[in-house]
Design a protein around this ligand. Sequence first.
Ligand code: GUN
Length: 287
Amino acid sequence: MSAQVLDGKAIAADIRERIRSQVDDLRAKGRRVPGLVVVLVGQNPASQVYVRNKRKACEQVGFHSELMVLPAETSQQDLLALIDELNARADVDGILVQLPLPGQIDEDAVTERILATKDVDGFHPYNIGRLVLRRPVLRPCTPKGVMTMLARTGIDLVGKDAVIIGQSNIVGRPMFLELLMARCTVTVCHSKTKDLPSKVRCADIIVAAVGVPRFVQADWVKPGAIVIDVGINRLDDGTLCGDADTAAVAEVAGWITPVPGGVGPMTVATLLENTLLAAELHAAGSG
Ligand code: GUN
């Protein structure tokens, strides 16, 4: 393997340690610790794992955290009423409703109901708009976590060619805005893109967020490129793999993120950063 590994697990541990010490300082000053409420509707197994990791991370840094599990049949009206209650609670700095939601619930309506200042996912149109305008407040966790990882390479991103594979609201689109804000030239590819391999071959930075196991092939990768693998795919044998053919791509790339232990832990660590920021905004009276 020639690529250097971008160890998300280790970077995330550093972030958690820094946040834990900030929470200790708050407590020492007699101030309230940040509070996050995570809402899970139904029993999607992947969501259950993600939510458990988020709660565990909150506890580790000393945040107040609550998990609210609602039945899969919950109506949109009931979920919106719960969000209204959480919006009104002074001890709640962040609200996270785990996606996807069951079919009877309109995800956009839920996202827009959460107060923008408590939107620690950074999905509210206000927060996305701030990112478009290069004046971000609460930024979507996975793309922001990827930017933290890219910073750790020490490579100057200005003028680099970046290709994102995937155009989701959660990853692809905000990732485009983050990389553009970092002054990269950014191409977003999707299922209708013509000759995807030729576009990926031009990239200094590749962000794979398609949800297809081992989709990105070694011969699509420019030697020395940074490969960020957002995919977490469970194979039939129960093992996890990413959206890139990691072992083969690592022979060509300059940097690569492992799966698991790459982007996943960074998403969770960034959620903690966002919750701390939301708490600071509330304490300053701007929330
Ligand atoms: N589902 C998959 N990723 C995410 C995320 O970052 N936030 C929420 N709320 N749901 C998700």
